[in-house]
Design a protein around this ligand. Sequence first.
Ligand SMILES: Nc1ccn([C@@H]2O[C@H](COP(=O)(O)OP(=O)(O)OP(=O)(O)O)[C@@H](O)[C@H]2O)c(=O)n1
Ligand SMILES: C[C@](O)(CO)[C@H](O)COP(=O)(O)O
Length: 226
Amino acid sequence: MYLLIPAAGSGKRMGADRNKLLLQIRSKPLIAWTLLAAEAASSISWIGIVSQPPDWDDFKSIIADLRLKKTIELISGGSTRQESVYNGLQALPSHAKRVLIHDGARCLATPNLLNACSEAIIDCFGLIAAVPVKDTIKVVKDNGVIKNTPDRQQLWAAQTPQGFDVKLLKQCHDEGIRQGWEVTDDAALFEKCGIEVRIVPGEETNLKITTPQDLAMAEFILSSRE
Ligand SMILES: Nc1ccn([C@@H]2O[C@H](COP(=O)(O)OP(=O)(O)OP(=O)(O)O)[C@@H](O)[C@H]2O)c(=O)n1
Ligand SMILES: C[C@](O)(CO)[C@H](O)COP(=O)(O)O
């Protein structure tokens, strides 16, 4: 399976002075934990890290330190996640039929989850890992007053990995550019194009490291795995 790792963000919400994926968690850069999971997932054979060229020296030294055995390519990132995935898709080997996309910032996803998504994407065109929402969610108007409360039975929190048929995902990205759609995940492009996306059970611990609080949570979760 081909795996694209969007890793080209700037980490504004983290408030750090560099790409948050280079911050340390338990004495390793955040991205190292994501790469170790990908290395340990038996289904993954090729890894494309979509990242900003000024970060490449750091990424190369992390890859060398981890002594990863899988084929790894560095691909130039875009100015949004959507653009970064687009660039990653163009850089896939031409024979790639299916792809998994997994945020570099989701460094707690297990090899089992990556393998489960690789297996499930063989039988469908699009899938995402997701977990049922536990909170009661409110839709709130601009004036701070609640508009409504959606039925929680139908609400799921989207995670990555997300898996797709490569040809269809490229077509959906192209349509997104034509229509000017701005989305925060790739499943949304499939949805807008009217193509079915399945849910694969995600992991409660598969946090996206976004704020300093998430870093502390990740430290705790990783220490509990030792
Ligand atoms: N131009 C971008 C923006 C984001 N990402 C990646 O997409 C994932 C999810 O994005 P997010 O957590 O929002 O990362 P940042 O953009 O770095 O954070 P922020 O939105 O707080 O600036 C991350 O692995 C991030 O590196 C990317 O590849 N290219
Ligand atoms: C793809 C994603 O991780 C699913 O939860 C998420 O949408 C990334 O987007 P962000 O808005 O940049 O955090």
